[in-house]
Design a protein around this ligand. Structure first.
Ligand code: MLT
Length: 320
C-alpha cells in the first residue's frame, strides 16, 4: 500500500483547520515551533507544506523532491522563495484579503493609541498616578488626511474605516489611477512623496518586493508634516528603519509599528532598540509597537484557516 502524502504544518494554524486537514487523505504533521533552520532539513518527504510567517528558502526547497504545494496562511508570499519553488514545479498559494479587516482594525487601534497616548495613560494609572492633564492633549482625528500607500484588500479596508472616523483618505500605488481612486471614493496622489507630504497620518500597505523594499525612505520622512503619524502593519523591510528612528527623534514623527526587522521567533530576545523610543522625545516623537499581531484575531485566523483547507482540498481533488 502506498503511504499517504505528508502534509507539514510548520507554523501555528487555527485548530479548526488542523482538525479539518486531519480528515483528508494525508498524513498531517503539526509542528508549529519548527525553526527556519530545521525546516531547511525537513522537507525531503513532504508533499504539502503550510506556513504562516516562517521563511521558506531556496535551501529548504533543494531537498523537497516530493513537495507539490506550499500554502502560505497569510496575505502574500514574500516569505517564500517563489522563484525557487516554481523552478521545481511547486505550486505556491496564499490567502489574500482574509486578514484585511483584522489589520485595518489594528491600524486604527494604533492611530487612536498614538493620538491619545493610551498605553502611557494606562501605565501611569497602573503605577498609581492620576495624570489627567498630561493625557488630555490629544488632537482628535476628524478632518485629518490619511495617506494610504497600497490599495489592495487591506488598504481599501483602511480607506473605508477612515471615512467612518471622519478622516479624508487619499491613496497612492504604482497601479492606482485617479479614476480608480475616485471609484473607491478617495483622493489620489501622483507619487508616494506627494502622498506623504499631504498626509497627517501615513500608513503603508504595499506588498514587499524588489521595487518596494525600503520605499518608505529618508526622503518620505523628510516630506511628512512635523508630528505626523506613521503606521507600519505590513512588512519591516518596506521602511528605512534608521530614517524612521531619526524622524521620531528630530522631527516628532509619531510611529505605530506591528513589524520590526529581525523579528524574534518564539521567546527569543528582542534585538531592535526601536521599542526604547516609547517615551516622547524633545520634539514629541515616539513609537508604540505591537508584536506582529495585526492578522492575529480569531476571526481572521479562522477565515485564513478555512481558505487554507479549501485550497488543499481542491488541490487533492483536482491536482490544482
Ligand atoms: C500576513 O502576511 O498575512 C501576516 O503577517 C501573517 C502572520 O500574521 O503571521
Amino acid at each position: 500500500m502506498r503511504a499517504a502524502m505528508r502534509l507539514l504544518i510548520a507554523d501555528k494554524l487555527h485548530p479548526r483547520a488542523v482538525e479539518e486537514l486531519r480528515t483528508l487523505p494525508v498524513d498531517v504533521i503539526y509542528e508549529p515551533e519548527l525553526t527556519k533552520e530545521t525546516l531547511e532539513t525537513s522537507l525531503h518527504n513532504v508533499g504539502i507544506l503550510v506556513v504562516r510567517s516562517k521563511e521558506v528558502t531556496r535551501k529548504a526547497l533543494e531537498s523537497a523532491r516530493q513537495l507539490n504545494l506550499i500554502v502560505r496562511a497569510g496575505a502574500e508570499t514574500a516569505t517564500i522563495d517563489v522563484k525557487a519553488a516554481s523552478e521545481r514545479g511547486i505550486y505556491v498559494a496564499n490567502c489574500p484579503g482574509k486578514n484585511a479587516s483584522a489589520v485595518a482594525e489594528l491600524v486604527f487601534g494604533l492611530i487612536v493609541s498614538i493620538d491619545r497616548r493610551i498605553p502611557d495613560a494606562v501605565a501611569s494609572l497602573r503605577a498609581g498616578r492620576w495624570e489627567r492633564t498630561e493625557y488630555a492633549k490629544a488632537e482628535g482625528v476628524i478632518g485629518k488626511t490619511i495617506g494610504i500607500a497600497g490599495l489592495g484588500a487591506i488598504g481599501r479596508d483602511v480607506a473605508c474605516r477612515a471615512k467612518t472616523f471622519g478622516m479624508h483618505p487619499i491613496g497612492w500605488s504604482r497601479s492606482l489611477s485617479p479614476a480608480r481612486a475616485a471609484e473607491l471614493g478617495i483622493g489620489h496622489a501622483s507619487s508616494l512623496e506627494e502622498l506623504a507630504a499631504r498626509s497627517d497620518v501615513l500608513t503603508v500597505h504595499l506588498g514587499l518586493n524588489d521595487r518596494t523594499r525600503g520605499i518608505i525612505s529618508k526622503r518620505i520622512f523628510e516630506v511628512m508634516p512635523k508630528r505626523g503619524i506613521f503606521i507600519n502593519c505590513a512588512r519591516p523591510d518596506l521602511v528605512d528603519n534608521d530614517a524612521m528612528r531619526d524622524a521620531i527623534v528630530t522631527k516628532g514623527i509619531r510611529v505605530g509599528i506591528d513589524v520590526v526587522p529581525n523579528e524574534p521567533r518564539g521567546k527569543k530576545e528582542i534585538t531592535t532598540d526601536l521599542y526604547n523610543l516609547s517615551t516622547p522625545s524633545s520634539t514629541g516623537g515616539f513609537l508604540y509597537g505591537t508584536p506582529h499581531i495585526a492578522a492575529s484575531t480569531d476571526q481572521a485566523q479562522l477565515a485564513i484557516a478555512t481558505e487554507t483547507v479549501r485550497v488543499i482540498r481542491s488541490f487533492l481533488l483536482e491536482g490544482t
